[in-house]
Ligand binder design. Structure first.
Ligand SMILES: Nc1ncnc2c1ncn2[C@@H]1O[C@H](COP(=O)(O)OP(=O)(O)O)[C@@H](O)[C@H]1O
Ligand SMILES: [Mg+2]
Length: 215
């Protein structure tokens, strides 16, 4: 699909700084006159936020891994149709906090679901979405969990460290698999230093010297 806008996704373990960095990038882009849409997963639309409540509620202990994967894909599909594709069509820059790589990392490597099945379901959910750029904020899960413990942990954050290790290792396999799309930044330094690394990749993508890739 061709459109004039650009999608930039922020990925990484809990506490890596995704929310912080989406805001810093959005502020800088807006100062430069870009029209920016900020969104997050799961969520970003009324329906997707309803699905988010179901996914993250620690009370939903009986949820099967396949149900979890399909609910994520459902929330994503609505976000793509209702927010991302229209914004890209009107030339906007979309910054998204988590996207398809989270499903491969958490439901695939974390839960052990079949990766090829997850890819197919998610390709279906993306509804023809074209090239995008993914910024991976690299931080060992132990470090991220230490940073992020200020609020009550949601259903996925409550998983044990072994789960979060598998997720992190999974992300690293995805980085090898999608080198044209995923850019890695070291998320262990101060927020401003992380932002500078991100900005290099982001501006290359906006200028077209980095093409990004499809899922
Ligand atoms: N580079 C950083 N160094 C130290 N702490 C950070 C950094 N970036 C964010 N934080 C803090 O770590 C916590 C998690 O950051 P957040 O942006 O919410 O991460 P995420 O959205 O990836 O879970 C927050 O309290 C935030 O203020
Ligand atoms: Mg966050």
């Amino acid at each position: 699909m061709e459109y004039s806008g650009k999608l930039i996704v922020f990925e990484g373990p809990d506490g890596a700084g995704k929310t912080t960095q989406v805001k810093l990038a959005a502020e800088r882009l807006q100062r430069q006159g870009y029209s920016v849409v900020m969104t997050r997963e799961p969520g970003g639309t009324r329906l997707s936020e309803v699905i988010r409540q179901v996914l993250l509620d620690p009370g939903n202990r009986e949820m099967s891994p396949v149900t979890e994967a399909l609910l994520y894909a459902g929330a994503r599909s609505q976000l793509v149709a209702e927010v991302i594709l229209p914004a890209l069509a009107s030339g906007k820059i979309v910054l998204c906090d988590r996207f398809v790589d989270s499903s491969l990392a958490y439901q695939g490597f974390g839960r052990g679901l079949d990766l090829e099945m997850l890819r197919q379901v998610n390709r279906f959910a993306l509804n023809g979405l074209g090239r995008f750029c993914t910024i991976f904020l690299d931080l060992p899960p132990e470090e991220g969990l230490k940073r992020g413990n200020k609020r009550k942990r949601d259903r996925l954050e409550q998983e044990d460290l072994a789960f979060h290790r598998r997720v992190w290792e999974g992300y690293h396999l995805l980085i090898k698999e999608y080198p044209e799309r995923i850019r890695v930044v070291d998320a262990s330094s101060q927020p401003e230093a992380v932002h500078r690394q991100i900005w290099k990749h982001l501006s290359a993508f906006l200028k077209g010297s980095h093409q990004g890739g499809v899922f």
